[in-house]
Design a protein around this ligand. Sequence first.
Ligand SMILES: [Zn+2]
Ligand SMILES: [Zn+2]
Length: 332
Amino acid sequence: MRAALLTAPGQPLEQVELPDPEPGPGQVLLRVRACGVCRTDLHVRDGELPEPKLPLVLGHQIVGTVVDGGGAFADGARVGVPWLGWTCGECRFCRSGRENLCERALFTGYTLDGGYAELAVADARYCFALPDGPSDTALAPLLCAGLIGFRALRFTGDAERLGLYGFGASAHIVAQLARAEGRRVFAFTRPGDEQAQSLALELGAEWAGASGEHPEELDAAIIFAPAGELVPQALAAVGAGGIVVCAGIHMSDIPSFPYELLWRERHIRSVANLTRADGDGLFAALREHPVHTEVEVHPLEQAEQVLARLRAGEVRGAAVLEISPAAGPAAR
Ligand SMILES: [Zn+2]
Ligand SMILES: [Zn+2]
């Protein structure tokens, strides 16, 4: 099969031919139709996350059709593979509904091979059956940007005035979910990023501007951008009792800040990974309120260039690799 392969952190992905993967017990074999490109892929590629499997096929937002369902899925079914690829089921986190924190968890496109390839294998228990209707490329960003965003949004409780810092793949989905829940959305971007600001306004944000501006006091903020200096900025923007949720897997150091910014029961928390229950919750929410995913579609051969676009902040919405497009309705 064709694949884009990371052989060493900091090195460009290589376009290679690999032997077809063979599914083990409990695994499904998928023909990859589309795979979303996540900022986490960039962090792995750039060596900002420790100890990836090497060599590694990146990609943890896989939309595929089942070639061998191993009894769990019908052949030809369309399924999604997310970041959480395997958990132990035995540790204190797994036994308390927090499999996202499992100490032995394996992650798709990081410690397991992912979806920047024509074929992929995945543990059937962690795959999601996908709804009919949306295209493969439209669904792909839901499998991480959507899932992590959904989990982050839940941590904001009943916050009405919601700030989103960094308006990319995840925020553009969260903005729509938040609007459907009757929240008010404020989008904070890099100064002058008119592309992201216009997308935010199109998708229901009532205000879009530069981080550091203060349109109105917020009840909660979610930070998607990997910039630690946004934490004190967001704390300054939320009112008493407000929460700042850091949704990324990697962030630059947070500068020190006066205790006054945390005082009056403001709090900060991170979001780590996802649980399968998050996926069930997201897909249930989407049945009631479908969202539009804004995607730019590229071929597998462009994987390295797409990561460069993401690094440069040039992607509007989400980037997706289209790998083996279905030929038509009969082929899907
Ligand atoms: Zn565990
Ligand atoms: Zn991701």
